[in-house]
Design a protein around this ligand. Structure first.
Ligand code: CP
Length: 312
């Protein structure tokens, strides 16, 4: 593929190939000297139209560790502020011949639209409530390393599913890899198309967590609630916040995940989030660098092949 816009078009073999390559980058990343030259001579531009800590930092590090020239566009200080459109901004940057564009945007579909206008590889770093493919891939790598496999697992995704691109990409990926996915949360925070997703739905944490191998918690995404119903944090934590008492319904060796940013005491107990015997939240962050290295490496190889074909 030329771009990484979502999990939806990926074949399970492509997912496994990317995770295998990412595994090798975990090792490289842990070495004292981390440099590889897989992206040497290539230019990577990061365009984040929405706040980010983990995704932006890990894409920047991933590019640098593979030898790319990395530029972070300060979108808040760009000509977008003077009324320039997303597409005109993309065309302007495209004229400077980047090889990889990493884009986060608050509107679903914006990154796909941009990808149609440029002739470099585009990676979706999260678009609205649509997809966050590298997050699902790093979650998959974390699960595979913790559980020794990425199939036939019972995986609960809990909380604000309706507004979550992380949930959507994970539902797609984990389903393709033949896992049993359960969504747990208040009916007001379930997407309307939930019945078409091939998942089981619960509004009771204890019932939904029973027998689970993996428990993935999500943040209440108030910025996407558009003035709709926002539950009280106290009531929400009581019913849906993950604490040791609710986690006890999952398997004894169930792992606890959270994509971050985390709101301690709202969707997850802070002590549980820090419990290295149960929580793999820091491993998720570490896998983020490796997965983004692998994704950019594979797209760069495809780009080189397409350019060579074009020149022939
Ligand atoms: N998980 C995630 O996308 O985090 P950031 O918003 O900090 O990038």
């Amino acid at each position: 593929a030329r771009h990484l816009l979502g999990i939806e078009p990926l074949h399970p073999v492509e997912i496994a190939t990317l995770l295998d390559l990412a595994d090798t980058y975990v090792d490289l990343n842990r070495q004292a000297v981390k440099q590889s030259d897989a992206l040497k001579g290539l230019t990577q531009i990061n365009m984040f139209f929405e706040a980010s800590t983990r995704t932006q930092a890990s894409f920047e590090l991933a590019g640098k560790r593979l030898g790319a020239d990395v530029m972070n566009m300060a979108m808040q200080a760009s000509s977008i502020k003077k009324g320039e459109t997303l597409i005109d901004t993309a065309l302007t940057l495209n004229a400077m011949h980047p090889d990889l564009l990493v884009v986060r945007h608050p509107h679903s579909g914006a990154v796909d639209l941009l990808a149609q206008k440029v002739n470099c590889a585009v990676l979706n770093a999260g678009d609205g409530r649509h997809e966050h493919p590298t997050q699902a891939l790093l979650d998959a790598l974390t699960i595979r390393r913790a559980k020794g496999r990425l199939h036939r697992l019972n995986i609960a995704i809990c909380g604000d599913i309706a507004h979550s691109r992380v949930a959507r990409s994970n539902i797609l990926l984990l389903g393709k890899m033949e896992n049993r996915v359960r969504l747990i949360g208040p009916p007001t925070l379930m997407p309307s198309e939930v019945r078409d997703l091939g998942v089981e739905v619960y509004d009771d944490m204890r019932e939904g967590l029973t027998g689970c191998d993996v428990v993935m918690m999500l943040r209440l995404q108030k910025e996407r609630m558009d003035g709709g119903f926002i539950p009280s944090e106290r009531e929400y934590y009581h019913r849906y916040g993950l604490d040791p008492e609710k986690l006890a319904f999952a398997k004894d060796d169930a792992i606890v995940m959270h994509p971050g940013p985390m709101n301690r005491g709202v969707e997850i107990d802070g002590i549980l989030a820090d419990d290295i015997n149960r929580s793999v939240i820091q491993e998720q962050v570490e896998m983020g660098v490796a997965v983004r290295m692998a994704a950019m490496d594979l797209l760069a190889r495809n780009l080189a092949a397409a350019r060579q074909e074009g020149a022939a």
